[in-house]
Design a protein around this ligand. Structure first.
Ligand SMILES: Nc1ncnc2c1ncn2[C@@H]1O[C@H](COP(=O)(O)OP(=O)(O)OP(=O)(O)O)[C@@H](O)[C@H]1O
Length: 726
């Protein structure tokens, strides 16, 4: 009951009757807009309304319980609207109170039954009035009893009247209450009706809203699933885009690097361009200068052309003159050679070698019983001293022409007196120990040149073992130590090249032979040892000497000749003797044949250059070969061929002195027979006498000097040119 005033008071405040349709009409479009916010507010409102509906329900329940009257359901208009006031259900019929008979008019006996009176089945009837039938039989007991009953009835009626009064009062109260209740019931019913209609309206709205909500939810779910699908798709796309982005970022980095490099290159190029521009400017200036120069040159070109024509004519004339001059030069050159004598002798003394001193020192130390340091190396002072001691007394008095050599020796005579000897020798040239290979060749070079003029030239080195023959003829590997053979070959090639301008074309070929124990070996042969038998043949018509079965190599360059020399060197028979640890025990003969043709003059010429390295000329007992059978044979054949050479030269000398029928014993040795054409009067011959400077070799040196003097004193006639005129 305590809620009632609140309910009553709330109904006028609540515009719930008008709110339902208001919400419905307003919610529709707003929900139709699909806004989630609107949907939520609708839900909230619906819940509020539902909450508000609870109160009328409670009231109805109270009304039912309290008044025992069923609530009629509110009617819903066909259009769905709840009936409003005036159109709603008929007002609750006021329960009609039973017509109370007025106790005042009917008296206490007619007690009107209230609704709460006892049931009709047991009505309290007033005691019947005594009738005539009963009065006939009354007694005193009955009268008493009747009185008692009467009293009882009176008391009952009094009680009843009291009860009735009380009941009336209570009834009045009840009626008052009832009217209050009816009033409140009506109010509540109205409110209930309103509330129900509101509820219905709200429910409907709720249904509509719920439908809309469902449809919205479905749409929303659809939209969500679409959005999720979209989102997934977007995610995928995003991932792909991220991948692409990473890829592009990598590309971008690379591109940046490239751009950086390109920028650096551009900067360089810009710098280079600047310098190039500057250069171009300078070059353009130069070009302008050159153009001016060119213009000037063009102006003078015509003059120069005329001058050139004149100069060419002059060149032709001068060439002709030069050719004539060359012919004259050759004639004069040969006249000089003839004046010098066709067989000439050079003498060369080699320096004291370190090995000479050391071997001497070793011998002297051992003989004196001194102990050497084991290495045999002296200090520089001692070396100089030893060098002086080792040397023979050889003097070179002719400091101007270098043609004399004087040998001194002191010995003890049989009487014990000191005897001093002196031997003087003169040759075409004497070379002192310090002379170089170039200085020696300077004197020989003219002979080498004679080959290209068509002469046979023979240069042979004579001397004892270790005197420097091989060094003079072949020399060392360096340019300064190169010997006569490589220098002569180079000279011939150089002259041949120079003569090309004068119309000469030359062909050259070479052979390299060795005469060992009177046997010819081809040093350019294929095998390690040459086992072929070679024969020497002379052609009297051409004056050409050939050896059968030997390799004749066509030569095109001096370097090729050097290769041949080293090949030959490795094949030479070398045997150790006491005199020279690398002693050559054979004669070697290198022959360079030259054939020339002059296309301008029609001349032809043919010459040969024989460069002979003779074997050592030492005597038997000195060489120590006497104890060795093979060495003995070697030395005998060497000496035989050398004495045959001396005999040939002597015979040639005699022949030159007028004994025209003098037999020349060329055939006495393979060496003289091979060199026949180079030793005869037709050729130019040079003997290089190599001498050892050592005192211990003095006797051998004197022998060699005497032999060389004999040769030097020999005139072998006038050399003849091997030329033909076409
Ligand atoms: N003019 C020189 N200057 C320097 N060293 C020389 C000279 N002459 C010769 N020799 C040296 O003397 C040594 C002997 O010389 P080489 O072998 O030429 O003598 P050889 O007479 O040819 O001997 P063999 O008859 O045994 O062949 C070599 O070591 C050589 O280098």
């Amino acid at each position: 009951m305590s809620r009632l005033p609140r309910l009553r008071s709330s109904s006028p405040d609540r515009p719930g009757l008008a709110l339902g349709p208001h919400i419905t009409t307003r919610a529709g479009p707003s929900m139709a807009s699909g806004s989630m916010t609107t949907t939520n507010s609708l839900k909230r409102k619906a819940q509020e309304n539902i909450g508000a509906d609870l109160q009328p329900r409670k009231l109805a329940a109270i009304a039912e319980g309290g008044i025992n009257q069923p609530l009629r359901p509110s009617k819903v208009a066909p259009n769905g609207n709840v009936n409003r006031l005036g159109k709603g259900p008929p007002p609750l019929t006021k329960p009609r109170a039973p017509a109370l008979s007025s106790s005042t008019t009917t008296g206490p006996r007619r007690i009107t039954r209230a609704t709460s009176a006892p049931p009709k089945t047991a009505p309290v009837r007033p005691p019947a009035r005594p009738t005539s039938r009963t009065t006939a039989r009354p007694t005193a007991a009955n009268d008493d009893r009747f009185d008692a009953i009467q009293q009882q009835i009176s008391s009952i009626e009094a009680a009843r009247a009291a009860d009735a009064a009380r009941l009336d009062a209570e009834l009045a109260q009840e009626r008052a209450k009832r009217s209050d209740l009816q009033a409140s019931h009506e109010a509540l019913s109205r409110e209930l009706t309103n509330a129900k209609s509101q509820e219905l309206a709200q429910r409907k709205e709720l249904f509509i809203a719920s439908d809309e909500l469902n449809s919205l939810r479905q749409r929303h779910e659809r939209e969500i699933s679409e959005l999720q699908a979209d989102l997934r798709k977007k995610d995928r796309e995003l991932r792909e885009l991220n991948e692409d982005l990473r890829m592009y970022q990598g590309d971008l980095e690379r591109e940046r690097e490239t751009v950086k490099g390109l920028k650096a290159t551009i900067a360089q190029q810009a710098t280079a361009q600047l310098s190039l521009t500057a250069q171009i400017g300078a070059m353009q200036a130069e070009k302008a200068a050159f153009q001016a120069e060119y213009d000037r040159t063009v102006g003078t070109k015509a003059d120069l052309g005329i001058q050139l024509e004149r100069a060419q004519k002059r060149i032709v004339e001068l060439e002709h003159e030069a050719r004539e001059g060359e012919t004259v030069r050759r004639k004069l050159h040969n006249m000089v050679q003839e004046l010098k004598g066709n067989i000439r002798v050079f003498c060369r003394v080699r320096p004291v070698l370190r090995s000479d001193i050391l071997s001497d020192r070793l011998v002297s130390s051992t003989s004196s019983g001194q102990i050497t340091d084991g290495t045999g190396s002296p200090d520089p002072e001692e070396e100089a001293h030893l060098r002086e001691n080792a040397m023979a007394l050889i003097a070179f008095p002719d400091k101007l022409d270098h043609k004399e050599i004087v040998v001194h020796a002191s010995s003890e005579s049989a009487t014990g007196q000191e005897r001093k000897d002196e031997w003087q020798f003169a040759f075409d040239k004497v070379f002192e120990p310090h002379s170089t290979q170039a200085e020696v060749f300077e004197e020989i070079s003219q002979l080498a040149q004679s080959c290209t003029d068509g002469y046979n030239v023979c240069v042979f080195a004579y001397g004892q073992t270790g005197s420097g023959k091989s060094f003079t003829m072949e020399g060392g590997n360096s340019e300064t130590t190169a010997g006569m053979i490589p220098r002569a070959v180079e000279q011939v090639f150089r002259v041949a090249d120079e003569l090309k301008t004068k119309g000469w074309q030359y062909k050259m070929e070479g052979q390299f032979l060795e005469i060992y124990n009177e046997t010819i070996n081809d040093l350019l042969g294929k095998g390690e040892f040459d086992k072929k038998k070679h024969e020497i043949k002379h052609d009297p018509k051409t004056g050409r000497t050939t050896v059968t079965d030997v390799n004749v190599v066509s030569l095109s360059s001096p370097s090729q000749v050097r290769t041949l020399l080293s090949l030959a060197q490795s094949r030479r028979t070398v045997a150790a003797t006491l005199m020279n640890e690398r002693s050559s025990r054979s004669h070697s003969v290198f022959t360079l044949r030259i054939r020339g043709e002059n296309a301008l003059t029609g001349e032809t010429c043919e010459g040969s250059l024989n460069l002979v390295d003779l074997a050592g000329s030492e005597r038997l007992e000195k060489s120590g070969a006497a104890s060795d059978k093979d060495r003995l044979k070697e030395t005998q054949s060497i000496n035989k061929s050398l004495s045959a050479l001396g005999d040939v030269i002597a015979a040639l000398g005699e022949k030159g002195e007028g004994k025209s029928d003098k037999h020349i014993p060329y055939r006495n040795s393979k060496l003289t027979y091979l060199l026949q054409n180079s030793l005869s009067g037709n050729s130019k011959t040079l003997m290089v006498l190599n001498l050892s400077p050592l005192a211990t070799h003095l006797n051998e040196s004197l022998c060699s000097l005497r032999f060389a003097t004999k040769v030097n004193n020999t005139s072998i006639g006038t050399a003849k040119k091997q030329t033909k005129q076409a």
